[in-house]
Design a protein around this ligand. Structure first.
Ligand SMILES: *[C@@H]1O[C@H](CO)[C@@H](O)[C@H](O)[C@H]1NC(C)=O
Ligand SMILES: *[C@@H]1O[C@H](CO)[C@@H](O)[C@H](O)[C@H]1NC(C)=O
Ligand SMILES: *[C@@H]1O[C@H](CO)[C@@H](O)[C@H](O)[C@H]1NC(C)=O
Ligand SMILES: *[C@@H]1O[C@H](CO)[C@@H](O)[C@H](O)[C@H]1NC(C)=O
Length: 485
């Protein structure tokens, strides 16, 4: 009897725990926190929808606002088996639950005690992964170390955007300028992944106050493709309209490979893609099962390097009027940000050639022509004169990895910082040089949380663990409205 009573009480307390999770009315749905973590004191709202499922007729199209759920519907995000966008190659998070094209979701982390009206700063993470992989659920995405470092309350958001060449970048590029394209392409929106990230940031602007966040104090940070997306937001529409929906930004190794040229190769890739999906036109591609697209996509990802096309956003004459670095140099960018940090790892290019053995001049030349496919031979000679200068005594490995790093990451970070430094005294750079300091190596340090993150084991030098969380939270630590919890 006593035992039964105990069970009943236990059952009640579990039930009350669940129903006590806060519910926030977003208008189109009532969103309940998925969980409360008593250790970290964080309410976590997982899988908050910010756009309609981009499937069927909406495949390859810009994101559309979510449709209202039927009145009274409560979502706690746990009904979705997976919200990881389909990926091209070995994703950083092997997903037991697979992928879903219905992936335009974000997660919101709110400390207990923060409520609507508190207006705490917001920190939003945009993952990287070469525009082909990654998700808000990547294993390193646990902001608990950042919360500990922040000292003042904040809200953390991690957002998804479409990534694979199949579902975002490849077809976007093809639709770009209307060159030699199949008739159906006019209904393919360019750069949907960029529009996804913007829609998620618009969601933050519209709704984060309901969670206690300040939509006028949003810091975004992102690594690699994530940094590239931030760079594209800064140069969106050449600075003429739609300014960034954030005030401060940290661009870690912003990645953009200049692939404006070589349109012919893209066209060929598009045809190959349609054929690989066993289709003959775009209508078929829209009907094809996700799996068929992923299969075709995975083939093309391997094939693309030889096609010299690379993986990134295309100059579309609209959101992306030109290469972002060029836009920055021409002053065609949004000047609204109040602070900017741009970062690189010291040996970004070491990712491609981890060891110095066996790298040759042929590798250098091959990278030069694939990274910048349409460079003139005079341009190539100028690059060789700079990087292969015999007076500098660097190894071919150093020269080749420097070239890769400069083209893909370093110049981007430098030009963003110098563009903002020219405006106001609030632009900073850091170079992460804890060995091996390859591309991406600063990410586990950014999310380091003293053993709570699986990727903490990748942090080799524990004497510098507090540095990056401090830098990341520094942009708003001094400006957030103070409140004691
Ligand atoms: C780039 O080169 C290809 C051929 O290699 C050519 O067809 C294309 O027009 C060039 N694009 C630009 C923008 O110069
Ligand atoms: C296309 O058809 C071939 C032959 O039937 C099959 O082996 C392949 O898996 C199909 N590809 C896709 C993406 O469905
Ligand atoms: C709660 O958060 C801590 C710190 O991040 C983590 O170690 C723990 O696994 C979380 N607990 C649950 C049940 O997820
Ligand atoms: C760790 O970083 C500190 C600070 O940069 C440095 O002094 C120290 O030598 C590093 N330790 C190792 C084992 O690399």
């Amino acid at each position: 009897m006593k035992f039964a009573l105990l069970l009943l009480l236990l059952a009640r307390s579990v039930a009350s725990l669940v129903t006590n999770l806060p519910i926030i009315d977003l208008g189109y749905v009532r969103q309940r926190a998925t969980e409360y973590n008593t250790t970290s004191g964080l309410y976590i709202y997982r899988n908050v929808r910010y756009a309609r499922p981009p499937t069927g007729e909406l495949r390859f199209r810009k994101p559309q606002p979510p449709l209202p759920e039927s009145a009274g519907t409560i979502s706690d995000g746990s009904q979705y088996k997976s919200t990881i966008c389909p990926q091209a190659v070995s994703p950083p998070t092997p997903s037991a639950n697979g992928f879903s094209e219905d992936c335009l979701f974000l997660d919101v982390y709110v400390p207990s005690g923060v409520n609507s009206g508190d207006d705490v700063p917001v920190l939003a993470w945009i993952y990287g992964g070469g525009y082909t992989t990654g998700s808000k659920d990547d294993i390193y995405v646990n902001p608990v170390g950042l919360f500990r470092t922040a000292q003042k309350p904040m809200i953390f958001v991690a957002l998804n955007y479409r990534i694979t060449r199949t579902l975002s970048s490849l077809l976007e590029r093809v639709g770009a300028f209307g060159w030699a394209s199949p008739p159906g392409e006019k209904t393919v929106d360019p750069n949907v992944g960029l529009h996804d990230a913007r829609a998620a940031l618009q969601w933050i602007k519209d709704y984060i106050h309901k969670f206690g966040g300040n939509s006028a104090d949003v810091t975004v940070f992102g690594e690699s493709a994530g940094g590239g997306i931030i760079m594209h937001s800064i140069t969106a529409y050449g600075g003429t309209r739609d300014p960034p929906l954030f005030q401060k930004a940290i661009l870690q190794s912003p990645a953009f490979i200049p692939t404006k040229g070589n349109l012919q190769a893209r066209d060929e890739e598009f045809k190959a893609f349609i054929a690989k999906a066993n289709c003959s036109d775009l209508a078929c591609l829209r009907r094809a099962p996700t799996q068929a697209l992923m299969q075709a996509n995975s083939f093309l990802t391997r094939h693309a390097a030889t096609a010299g096309v690379g993986f990134s956003v295309v100059v579309d004459g609209d959101f992306v009027p030109d290469l972002p670095a060029k836009l920055l140099l021409e002053g065609r960018y949004h000047k609204s940000l109040t602070s900017v940090i741009t970062a690189n790892n010291q040996h970004e290019g070491g990712y491609f050639f981890p060891t110095s053995t066996g790298v040759t001049i042929a590798d250098f030349n091959s990278f030069l022509s694939t990274l910048v496919p349409n460079m003139t031979s005079a341009g190539q000679d100028a690059v060789r004169a700079l990087y292969l200068d015999p007076a500098s005594h660097e190894s071919i490995w150093e020269r080749t990895t420097s070239l890769i790093a400069d083209v893909e990451f370093d110049c981007n970070a430098q030009v963003v910082a110098s563009s903002y430094a020219a405006l106001r005294d609030n632009a900073f750079r850091y170079i992460f040089s804890v060995p091996p300091a390859k591309h991406g190596d600063d990410v586990p340090y950014s999310f380091y949380s003293n053993g709570d993150n699986p990727t903490d084991v990748l942090v080799v030098n524990t004497s510098v663990t507090s540095v990056l969380p401090h830098i990341i939270t520094s942009l708003w630590r001094s400006t957030g409205r103070s409140k004691t919890y």
